[in-house]
Design a protein around this ligand. Sequence first.
Ligand SMILES: [Zn+2]
Length: 151
Amino acid sequence: MQPDDVAETIRFGGAPETERPLNRSMTRGFLNRCPACGSGKLFRSYLKPVDHCAACHEDYTHQRADDLPPYLVIFIVGHVALGGFMMTDMVFTEWSSWFHLAIWIPITLILSLLLLQPIKGAVIGLQWALRMHGFGGKGNEPDHGHQQDYS
Ligand SMILES: [Zn+2]
């Protein structure tokens, strides 16, 4: 066996498809870049993705990020703010509750607003890399390949 044989991805059946590395796609989305080519912009405004990449014309109307980005932002920012509050509360015992609120409410708001677009971009990159919701060019049907007759 030669080392070259090991490095190649084994594929069984189906038409050959181009590779869509998950890490690269999500990183490009996180940085507001098209997951497909990495040069076009992914968002036309704060949270509105472009319909088509200006550089490679990849169709982004298939994205269904929905509630996942805000869920992830709440999860991350909640841990940062709550953990930060509890740590500073233990270290600086003389700080009043009002002082804590004056620090942690702005940090929560700013972090949430800063993270929401990059995380939505990463989610779109994830959906694109996994060929979800029509990103694979097959429409938005389930992947069963046959139609069930329920009549
Ligand atoms: Zn592109």
